[in-house]
Write a protein that binds this ligand. Structure first.
Ligand code: C2E
Ligand code: MG
Ligand code: MG
Length: 582
């Protein structure tokens, strides 16, 4: 019995020892796992009914909590970025329903302080204290994302031209600049922008535009030394950094070489293209000591080059920025001028030299600014053209001139032609012919009393399209003149083919026609040629009796100028017409 008991006791004793050992082993193992989980570098959380039950140290750190208590009980939707809330909900539901595993997926989470972190989360079902729960492993992937971005930026070359792109330019330039600073060496930055490149894209399509850009990139590279890098900044903008300069003259030489390189045509799809470029230059150290300032100033100088007509280079000067601000102001005012009814049209009569009869009147735009009085077109037409504002403004001039002319006729004046100046931009609008047609109908003016003037340079800019538009207008019965004739290089025979009615000889030839042999010869031959092609010739800007005499002797048809009359307001013009009885 005792033995039995002993045995029994012994047996019990043995039993307890074994259980204790097992329990201790279990506790140890649990402790081991707990520690393992606790110190795992990945964030681990266990959540039940979407509330956090457990989180390890890494989770605490990732979420930005100080104590576990801050996180305990937190709703899981509080952590998931709203953009990912729905995906998270669907996936967690599936994990619980199917007791399944959700592989690593990218999410964004919102830390306790509100900052957002890129993470990857995997989740699995878990029985936690006898209930269904989810164990999520969250990994911070901020660094990886950053690395990815860098790799993307490593695309250092422009795919179209093969030139270094903006990123590479900035990195290289920073190095060059540091080098120059150490050695006290000068540097020059040239900002290059093609003149009117948008026209190429608009009229020939982007395919041809791209080919032209490629050809230009090649030529630029050939033009500069191998040590000077050409980069493409964007669209039609290139940048050139010149190092190893001896003096400013070196920069001037390179700039001139670049301009000269554009004298030759570019061949695209077997067509010859002429294009020009504007160059702005900033110098280190006088115009800036950091990459950004030097580029910005070169850009500002480039704008100056554009402003004076393109195809030239300009050095940065401190007051250039003022000019740019002024331009911006001008643009802002100009934008509102139409609505504010600040524009008016003045009229300058044109007279026949032989009969003395008025053969027409030119509509000339004026801007009456409340703060400055009358402003002439030279001050605002260029910016209106550049920004496209010329299209609505030009349409307004056209409508005003047609309506006025109709009303003069209705008041009993001898019917005469009103001529309206067109900008190349207007003519290139697809709807232009329709616009003219509509305005004629709206105002009731007979097309024969409308004359449209287009400058010779606008015709050349886009020869085929312009000639087509002009001949459509001609078919409508509108009279066509070529303005500022002699300043470009028009192909006279083409003008003839489309039946241009009149050439207006530019005033620069008239000014010295009595003293300058060259001008005399030009005017004389324009008149002869034009007459051979049945075109009428008007001399512009005649303000002296001597000019008139010569023009008479050369058989010029009409003249327009201060000698006969300045441009007049509409009331003055009406009075003028009534008084002269014409
Ligand atoms: P344009 O079409 O060649 O106009 C002739 C310019 O010469 C006018 O200048 C006129 O006032 C000026 N002029 C006339 N007679 C004489 C003279 O005897 N001596 C001198 N020195 N000048 C004379 P304005 O009005 O300042 O216009 C300048 C240019 O602005 C025009 O040249 C034309 O190209 C443009 N423009 C004027 N109105 C418009 C318009 O409504 N639309 C567009 N796109 N351009 C316009
Ligand atoms: Mg004109
Ligand atoms: Mg003119």
């Amino acid at each position: 019995m005792i033995d039995n008991e002993r045995v029994g006791i012994y047996g019990i004793y043995t039993d307890i020892t074994a259980r204790k050992q097992a329990e201790r082993a279990l506790a140890e193992s649990e402790e081991r796992y707990r520690k393992l989980v606790e110190f795992l570098p990945d964030a681990i959380i266990v959540h039940r009914e979407s509330k956090i039950e457990y989180s390890n140290m890494a989770a605490l750190q990732l979420l930005g909590g100080k104590t576990q208590q801050e996180i305990q009980g937190l709703h899981i939707t509080r952590l998931i970025h709203p953009d990912y809330a729905e995906t998270a909900r669907v996936r967690l539901t599936a994990v619980l329903r199917d007791k399944a595993y959700m592989p690593m997926t990218e999410y964004k989470i919102v830390r306790l302080d509100g900052t957002v972190v890129d993470v990857e989360i995997s989740a699995t079902w878990l029985s936690y204290r006898g209930e269904d729960a989810v164990l999520s492993v969250i990994r911070d992937i901020t660094e990886r994302k950053k690395a990815q971005e860098t790799i993307n930026n490593l695309a250092y070359y422009d795919t179209l031209t093969g030139l270094p792109n903006r990123t590479l330019f900035q990195e290289c330039f920073a190095i060059e600049l540091a080098h120059a600073k150490r050695n006290n060496a000068p540097l020059a930055v040239m900002f290059l922008d093609l003149d009117k490149f948008k026209n190429v894209n608009d009229t020939l399509g982007h395919g041809a535009g791209d080919k032209l850009l490629k050809a230009i990139a090649e030529r630029l590279q050939k033009t500069v030394r191998v040590t000077d890098t050409v980069s493409r900044m964007s669209g039609d903008e290139f940048i050139l950094v010149l190092s190893e300069l001896n003096m400013v003259e070196d920069v001037v030489n390179v700039a001139q070489k670049v301009l000269d390189a554009f004298q030759q045509p570019f061949i695209v799809d077997n067509n010859e293209f002429y294009t020009t470029i504007s160059i702005g230059i900033s110098l280190f150290p006088q115009d800036g000591t950091e990459v950004e300032a030097l580029v910005k100033n070169a850009d500002a100088a480039m704008y100056k080059a554009k402003e004076i007509g393109g195809n030239n280079y300009q050095f940065f000067t401190p007051n250039i920025n003022e000019t740019i601000i002024e331009r911006q102001n001008l643009f802002n005012r100009l934008r509102k001028a139409l609505n504010n009814k600040e524009f008016e049209v003045h009229y300058q009569p044109r007279v026949n030299l032989k009969t003395g009869n008025i053969t027409g009147t030119e509509a000339l735009l004026r801007w009456r600014r409340p703060d400055r009085g009358i402003i002439l077109p030279a001050e605002f037409i260029p910016i209106a053209e550049e920004t496209g504002l010329i299209v609505p403004i030009g349409e307004w001039v056209l409508r005003t001139a047609c309506a006025k002319n109709k009303s003069w006729q209705e008041q009993g004046l001898v019917p005469l032609r009103v001529s309206v100046n067109l900008s190349a931009k207007q003519v290139q609008m697809q709807s232009f012919v329709m616009t003219v047609d509509r305005i004629l109908k709206e105002t009731g003016l007979d097309p024969m009393y409308l004359e449209l003037e287009i400058t010779e340079s606008a015709v050349i800019q886009n020869m085929d399209l312009t000639l087509k538009v002009l001949s459509q207008l001609k078919d409508m019965g509108v009279y066509i003149s070529i303005d500022d004739f002699g300043t470009g290089y028009s192909c006279l025979s083409r003008l003839k083919r489309m039946n241009v009615d009149m050439l207006k000889v530019d005033q620069t030839f008239i000014r010295e026609v009595m003293n300058d042999k060259n001008d005399y010869a030009i005017v004389s031959s324009i008149i002869t040629m034009a007459h051979n092609m049945d075109m009428v010739v008007t001399a512009e800007g005649v303000d002296k009796e001597e000019q008139l005499n010569i023009l008479n002797s050369l058989n010029c048809d009409d003249m327009q100028g201060y000698l006969y009359s300045k441009p007049l307001t509409e009331e003055e013009f009406l009075r003028f017409m009534v008084e002269t009885g014409k």
